[in-house]
Design a protein around this ligand. Structure first.
Ligand SMILES: [Zn+2]
Length: 225
């Protein structure tokens, strides 16, 4: 495999009040071959749609910025999506806990406005069979095999919702041996029970994820792309 030197990306850890202060330290991360961006479920139904995640629209420009950074370095971008049949087991009508959302092929299942997936992003559909819930992007998909084939070892994860699909995806990624950076300013929680999101972040960090703050991405990344 051909490795090439990649420009330095400076990312600092979150110091925002919404995250546990004990995790607010700083470090540098250099984007390199073997890194991939994973955008979890940034779909219309979750962004002001039938199952809205509070403030979800705020992650769109942040993730766009990340995606352009990764693309400019030739690093892969993966975008996961709920892609449910109309009678999916997770829907209330079927005894599940969620309103109907992200039915395959409907406008609500499309990626959120402003999120340009580009022709080079790899789309990962999950929750595609009627009888199985799939919060994790690794659940019932070939994501793991695809990442391994591409030599990916570190995942930079953002998206929706922190306390459901982001949590499940990060947990599985860590279990599978990937190093995981959680993009603190590119996630939003459903917070159905207040505090669910903060608890999910603590859980991911306890399991070994590392918290990064995207606003600290070095602008040189773009300028020297
Ligand atoms: Zn779903």
């Amino acid at each position: 495999m051909h490795y090439r030197a990649l420009p330095h990306a400076r990312l600092a850890l979150a110091q925002g009040t919404s995250f546990p202060p004990e995790y607010a330290w700083a470090m540098d991360v250099t984007l390199q071959s073997g890194d991939a961006l994973v955008i979890v479920d940034v779909q219309r139904d979750f962004v002001g749609g039938s199952l809205p995640v509070p403030n979800a629209e705020q992650v769109v420009p942040t993730l766009e910025h990340y995606a352009s950074c990764f693309r400019s370095k030739g690093l892969p971008v993966f975008a996961t999506r709920d892609w449910h049949p109309a009678d999916h087991v997770s829907f209330r009508e079927q005894g599940g806990i969620w309103p109907v959302h992200c039915v395959a092929g409907t406008p609500g299942a499309e990626f959120a406005q402003g999120l340009s997936m580009g022709s080079d992003a790899t789309v990962v559909s999950k929750g595609t069979s009627r009888d199985a819930e799939a919060y994790s992007a690794f659940d019932g998909t070939d994501l793991d095999a695809t990442l391994r084939r591409a030599g990916i070892r570190r995942l930079f994860v953002g998206g929706l919702a922190t306390d459901y699909c982001v949590l499940a995806t990060v947990r599985d990624a860590l279990e599978k041996g990937y190093r995981v950076f959680l993009l603190a300013d590119a996630i939003r929680a459903a917070d159905i029970k207040p505090g669910d999101g903060a608890f999910a972040v603590r859980t991911m960090l306890r399991l070994g994820a590392e918290l990064l703050h995207g606003q600290e991405v070095d602008p040189r990344l773009q300028a020297h792309g």
